[in-house]
Design a protein around this ligand. Sequence first.
Ligand code: SF4
Length: 268
Amino acid sequence: MEQFLKVIRVYYRYLATREEERIVRQSPQRVRNLADYGYPSNDITALSAKALEVTTRLTEQFGEESFSKKDPMSMLVDILLSHRTRDEQTAAAWENLLKRFGSWEGVRDAPTKEVEETIANVNFPEVKAPRIQTIMRQITEERGSLNLDFLCSQPVEESAAWLNRFQGIGPKTIACVLLFSCKMPILPVDIHVHRTSIRIGLIGKKVTAEAAHNLLQALLPQDARSIYDFHKGLLRLGQRICVYERPRCNKCVLTDICDYYRTVVKPK
Ligand code: SF4
């Protein structure tokens, strides 16, 4: 009898362990909230209205910015330099390149070490210098010159696909070149736009920056000016007020429509 009870106890312990393992395996799926990975609500009309309201208020606060006068090739260099770098440092490096080498062709053909020295004030110059030169050589091989003006006169999808083939040119860079220089309706999502649109509640908490491009763009009017104002508004908000560590909500004009403020900063 004693032996029988021992076998039963072992058997039940085995069953309990299997059940615990099953719960652990299943729990991530059970708690996965689909709204975190897409729109936070099914009411897309309300989300679009919110995106518009955000754009209006932020444009009033920070002012309407003009489109860039840089041609697409110059803009491409600018954006490639700007990764994890402040605007002023990017602008200085961009100007230093033209001052030292005279033209983009001069930058392309210069010794890489010299290009690296010239852009030493931006982050990762040792990565950016060879990358910019490689892209410039590939563009020259394909187009015969360093001129990307043709991108502005073909459909946005075609221009985006053309740029997308180059290593080191991702969705944000593509959208920046086509929106800023060509005034095409395509939304760039950088770390500021990504973070602030999640906090405000336009997209779910776990949407990646890559997925955010399409989700956010679908909420906006499909014209370059509206998309540009939305981008610049959230960019300035993220740089100056809704900063990464501690958002300065007391300086923000969005408190009454911001999900993060309502649920985290001042929950009722
Ligand atoms: S209210 Fe606060 S959290 Fe919301 S967008 Fe403004 S600064 Fe960011």
